[in-house]
Design a binder for this molecule. Sequence first.
Ligand code: TYD
Ligand code: MG
Length: 443
Amino acid sequence: MAKSVTHFICQNCGAEFPKWAGKCEQCGEWNTLVETVVSARSTKHEARNSKQAQIIKFQDIQNKEVERETTGIGELDRVLGGGLVPGSVVLLAGEPGIGKSTLLTQLAMKLGGKTVGSVLTVLYVCGEESPEQIKLRIMRLKRTDLSERSVLSLSFLPTTDVDEVISQAGNPSLMIVDSIQTMATEDLTGMAGSVGQIRECAYRLLNLAKETGVPVFLVGHVTKEGAIAGPKVLEHLVDTVLYLEGDKHHEFRILRSQKNRFGPVDEVGVFTMSGSGLIEVNNPSDVFLEERQKNVPGSCVAIVMEGTRPVLVEIQALVVPSQLAMPRRVASGIDQRRLQLLVAVLSKRLRLPLATDDVYVNVAGGLNLKEPAADLAVCLAIVSSFKNKPIGAKTAAFGEVGLLGEIRKVSWSEKRIKEAKKLGYSQIISPGTAKDLSTAVKF
Ligand code: TYD
Ligand code: MG
């Protein structure tokens, strides 16, 4: 094999340099040079001669149904769009310690334990942990996931060399690479985890997946500050990007799909992290409202959408006299600026004297709401706390609040109302029942 040559390419302007430098001499940007393999012999001209791409007419394209292998984890299947697609590369990203390895270990056990015609084998490439550590985790998971069959079908490859992975992979039914940040190739001089290494390794694994048809899961760590080069540089390369989110101090974990070439992107999977692994939550509302205390001022149930599923969550607010010149507005689970805006609307439109009060808002259960449909419930919870008047136990609310105090329509109204009714909420405050805040607060 020809010795590969590497160049440093500026990610901003595309200029090439033989050596790394902190600053691109061409465009003046800092830290934009990334090491990239440039094969010694393959010039563009040669490449053009060696492979002939062919033009295909629309009518000659064959209809091809995407075949899928269900994973046995319903919530994961839902997010993937029905199951694993052969040859697809899925990036599972999330903060360290959130449960990525746990989810993939469970996937390996489930898939290996499936009874189908042929034997399903899973290869776990562990760059981060030793096989002994993973075995310990598997013993911890025991329960239903673990069967004789699933244990037998699982093999490990402890390495951080991506070329070794490619040469040894064989033809498993699924390959898990944990994590892409630990993988490196000797063709590049950069350290494992650098942008160049991550991109090149992912690219080689992608080629392997496309050539052999083996579905590949890549684990990618993200930090809150985005300090480590990681998932962001891979998003355009892989077929599917899943994010596992949640608060480490809470048990809920939400699996979101950010991009999916083989399915919808608006589905989410809900899990709880337990002492024995991740457990699927089929009815999230039940769990989110489990600890709710009824008839306490400052609590309102919001009907929000998680993917295509309506979910009921409790919004809590606390309004107390402030000791500070600049009263506090503290939001957890909703956007801080959104809270400031809603407090301003309440002050102006309902003449609520909040200027001397601290306002705290919390979404119970650690869920992070991004939907404006939660606005109305946030406002109602604040008003309820301010007036020290509880909202009825059977009341739920949804709707976006505008700057004029009007309540605006949101998508999926019917679905939200249906779900709330199903769970016994008889009074629903929505854009359909209240046109503005002053009508809505007559609870
Ligand atoms: P892990 O999957 O190792 O996280 P990641 O791969 O995303 O870095 O899981 C980390 C946390 O999950 C760890 O703090 C322990 C906890 N955990 C449980 O609570 N229950 C379990 O059954 C397992 C396996 C892990
Ligand atoms: Mg891990």
